[in-house]
Design a protein around this ligand. Structure first.
Ligand code: ADP
Ligand code: MG
Length: 450
């Protein structure tokens, strides 16, 4: 592997893991200059990038570099305005102007926090997301008048952020006087915390109350954050009373968000709730085709259908797979065939049984119900803990076919009769309780999602 190939491979990997905006900001115009005595020298376009990469991404970059080349012990960064510096005889690949991957750059608007990359135009609709899409377009047409709040939920990488931002962008375009703000719930929480600490909560309140459209992404992050929930509740009411549009997303329905105040839950349930399911094969193919067309790249039907059949539950992962193939195509000036595709995607495509484990199931269940692993396993008879524990038992049995005694040992050393009782209880209840069934489906998605 030449150092250029090495860097391309590193970039492909990073691009798969961080947001496009971050990627474009920090990794565009970077390259490897040299690799000697265990030190990889990376060129960056300016001092700001250097500082950022050193402080925020250094460990990460080193880890990925080392996964390709174990000899590398350290990464150093140097400002190089022209980007890559390669002596001509070393140039193995000839790409049009630069030796770097080209990325479409979209800036995030400072005022609205919206990224123009997300539009309705490049959002593909299938039966899995028809309802949320229809609700989203209706809200974008008549903000504040149709569904308020609009609550969209679904698994990871299935288009919630895309849809939320598309609504924001569409409204900004058609109603330029309306003040729109997009906020990940995590960021909202840190704003609230900072405002409390700095005694500026009144300013924060005032700022939010001026909005016409408030979009909060991944609202499940408010679970257990009482102060933030309190603040959000008042903001919500203030906006709602003035017919201002509120749009929310979550990885689960309101009723399955643990430690969410009842009054907020009932607010969330007061508007329209729409869920994004899983795209079927045809839709996955359509998404892949659109994405390759956008990038003016032609992969064979065979290759696309391999991706669509191997990655079923996460559109972001499908994009990650495409990115790898695009990197390959750029390096080699020819598209990968099926065999090469399989090799390139080996690490991304694993069968579920390989991905999950008792530990993973226990961790996932604990975090889903906002419990510590210890609490889930301890000898406690509280109702709030018994149910999650039984769900863990159920999933260990269903997903991994573990024996009852084995599950007993994993779940804090319990007798196998207790385990059988727990399993039967959940199995029975699922048949009649839609909510529980949905929770278990969501848990399954999470167990296999990452
Ligand atoms: P989530 O917020 O649900 O985790 P995202 O909205 O970030 O998922 O989507 C992950 C990636 O998949 C994004 O790059 C997004 O543009 C793309 N994507 C998701 N759904 C669609 C869709 N229906 N059509 C086209 N691209 C999609
Ligand atoms: Mg998202």
């Amino acid at each position: 592997m030449t150092k250029e190939e090495l860097w391309e491979a590193v970039l492909a990997q990073i691009q798969f893991n961080i947001s496009p905006a971050n990627f474009a900001t920090w990794f565009k115009n970077t390259g490897i200059i040299s690799k000697k005595d265990g030190v990889a020298w990376v060129s960056v376009p300016n001092a700001f990038s250097r500082e950022w990469l050193e402080n925020k991404y250094n460990k990460y970059i080193l880890k990925i570099l080392r996964s390709f080349d174990e000899e590398i012990k350290e990464v150093k960064y140097t400002v190089e305005r022209t980007g890559l510096k390669i002596s001509p005889k070393e140039t193995v690949i000839s790409l049009p102007e630069t030796n770097q991957l080209e990325f479409q750059e979209f800036k995030v608007d400072k005022e609205t926090n919206l990224n123009l990359r997300y539009t309705f135009g490049n959002f593909i609709v299938g039966s899995f997301n028809e309802l949320p899409h229809a609700a989203a377009t209706a809200v974008a047409k008549e903000p504040g008048l149709v569904y308020n709040p609009l609550f969209i939920y679904g698994g990871v990488g299935l288009g919630k952020t895309h849809l939320l931002q598309a609504i924001g962008n569409e409204i900004s375009k058609n109603f330029s006087h309306k003040k729109v703000k997009y906020m990940p719930a995590e960021k909202f929480t840190s704003e609230v915390v900072a405002a409390i600490r700095g005694h500026t909560i009144e300013n924060l309140k005032a700022k939010y109350r001026l909005l016409d459209i408030l979009v909060i992404d991944d609202i499940q992050f408010l679970a257990g954050k009482e102060k933030t929930q309190e603040e959000f509740f008042h903001t919500f009411n203030a906006l709602y009373e003035k017919n201002k549009q509120i749009i929310l997303s979550s990885d689960r329905p309101p009723k399955a968000i643990p430690a969410l105040e009842e009054r907020l839950r009932s607010r969330f349930e007061g508007g329209m709730i729409a869920d994004i399911g899983l795209p079927d094969f045809e839709t996955r193919m359509a998404i892949l085709k659109t994405k390759t067309q956008e990038r003016k790249i032609d992969f064979s039907e065979e290759v696309l259908s391999y991706i669509a059949s191997s990655i079923q539950k996460n559109i972001r992962e499908m994009e990650g797979a495409l990115n790898r193939l695009v990197a390959y195509q750029r390096l080699n000036n020819q598209p990968p065939d099926l065999e090469i595709t399989k090799t390139l995607l080996k690490k991304l495509i694993l069968s579920p049984s390989k991905v999950t484990s008792p530990k993973k199931i226990i961790q996932t269940v604990a975090s889903f119900y906002d419990l510590k692993e210890k609490e889930l396993l301890a000898a406690c008879r509280k109702k709030e803990i018994i149910k999650p524990r039984q769900v863990a038992i159920y999933l260990l049995r269903e997903e991994l076919k573990c024996s009852y005694p084995f599950i007993g040992r994993k779940i804090g050393g319990r007798d196998h009769t207790t385990i059988i009782h727990g399993f039967n209880k959940i199995q029975k209840e699922i048949a009649s309780n839609e909510n529980l069934k949905e929770e278990i489906d969501l848990l399954r998605q999470r167990i296999y999602g990452f």
